[in-house]
Design a protein around this ligand. Sequence first.
Ligand SMILES: Nc1ncnc2c1ncn2[C@@H]1O[C@H](COP(=O)(O)OP(=O)(O)OP(=O)(O)O)[C@@H](O)[C@H]1O
Ligand SMILES: [Mg+2]
Length: 605
Amino acid sequence: MAGHRHNDLELTQPKGVLLRRIFALAKPYRRYLLGGAAIGVFIAGLSLVQPWLLGAGLTAILGPLTSGVWDWPSVRPLVWYVVILVVVTAVLMGLRYGNQMLMVHLRMRILTDLRRRIYRKLLGQSFSYFDRQDTGQLINRTIGDVNMLRMFYTMFLVRGTEITLFIIAASAVIIWLDRYVALAALPFVPVYLVAMILFVKRIHPKFHDMRDELDRSTQILSENVQGVQVVRAFGREHEEAARYDVSIRGVLQRWLGLVRNFAVFQPCVFMLGGASLLATVAMTSYRALDGALAVGFIYTVFRWSAMLTMNMRQVARMTATLDHSLVSAERIFEILDARPDVHPPREPTPLPAGGGHVVFENVSFGYQPGVPVLRNMDLTIPAGTNVALVGATGSGKSTFIRLLPRFYDPDEGRILIDGVDIREVDLESLRSEIGFVFQDTFLFSASLAENIAFGVPEAERRAIERAAQRAQVDEFAAQFDEGYDTAVGERGISLSGGQRQRVAIARALLMDPRILILDDATASVDSSTERVIQDALADVMKDRTTFIIAHRISTVRRADLILVLEDGRVVQQGTHDELVERDGPYREFVTMQWQLGEDGAEDAG
Ligand SMILES: Nc1ncnc2c1ncn2[C@@H]1O[C@H](COP(=O)(O)OP(=O)(O)OP(=O)(O)O)[C@@H](O)[C@H]1O
Ligand SMILES: [Mg+2]
């Protein structure tokens, strides 16, 4: 536990570098920051003046009070002090309000800006990045760490000026006012500061620890909500509940530990502060009775001391925030600095006109270094070919098709589409020419029509409906009261697997891509639905290069070219008729299906 915590707070970059970058981030808001700091100067000054005016007023009222003479000359100073005090208080209130508004503005801007930058960055990241990263952590970073960092700006750059100035000015004024009083009031200041910093340093990792445990319990909870079907189906309610119990109890224990720390520390500091205030007041009173100070200053000095203590507490809190802000900043920079493995070309060319002629030249690829998944692939696929990929699970079929839109780049060799190396093609242009239908189709919380138009948001309604028709979406869309305007996804109607697939096909069709890829797209539908989809597809696939990954002979046998993959290599290629003639994995695959299911038998008949 301790080790874990320690690592969390450790920085890999030097503090100076981080700080410089944090300031650089704030550059667009320089005016806000400077404005805030400037207001801080005035706030510090006026907060110092306020108790002095009160003290002076107090002194002024004591004259008439003791003498009983209330004529104008003896009341005049009092009246003046009161008038000035009212003005100062009003101005101070105005400044505080202005500062508050400024800070809210600043925070919102920094927050929005950073989140937007992170979001953009993530969208531009290559797939290998998401393979490595934990999604939950990424989301936490865009929310939690950005929050932490924005606190840094307002706390240090805006409030920091005010606090520092006040501490310096108040100490100086007390010394200037009376050295004996300063002797009683000021030694406590550094003692208090050191005590607070030590305490905060001790308590903060504990806080951090508690938050970690809280995160963990949240994760258990969210996993169980999302995977409730699995939990129920496997009768794991008890174990999961116990796991949650342990975690939540851990949170409670850490909480209690924190409370204990506070319970011991707070009274100590309180006593220390009380003793110091007592000494200060005693000394000030003594000096006042001595005639060295006006009586009203007893109040003034008392107030200043209290304010000094308050500001010291802020400083202590800032030192703790500093550590955490730096950690947060580092994590944010890590995201912003991550260079995508798939680089967009320096001088991008649009994909030249063509029908989707695909060439693999000695292509090798692995997700991790030293673990090849595709090995030395050499293929030429003429435009308009319908290619079927077959092979055992894990043989590299999905990996193969992921290389075409450059979700990953080959480690060796190159891929050409219509005569151009895809690494030289503008990424957007490349991807807009490749349509994808995955097995699992993600639907966004939007209308059916909007989901279909995801790749082409500017598509006309008629085009959307035509694509939907060709993908047989209209069949079930007609059943909804609102037709294509029905809300689907998380916050709408849930579609069945087959229905979702048809939406995905419509989505791909609307893009009218040169190359269409279907990865196990019909795996989760029954054979009659598959036939419906197949028919829809046959029409669509006519003049496009298509790659279909399928396990059913009925789908595979229609292809112009069948590629049989084994362990990342193409071990057989040809048409169905050619391949069944030959001894080899394809014939095994066909025979197996004949024996196993009617699917194959039906088709073969
Ligand atoms: N994102 C990834 N990161 C690391 N390894 C991966 C990743 N995706 C796939 N692999 C590995 O690459 C190999 C090929 O996987 P791939 O998904 O291409 O197989 P497949 O032929 O599509 O299998 P299936 O028929 O089960 O879909 C497997 O060993 C798999 O573990
Ligand atoms: Mg696959």
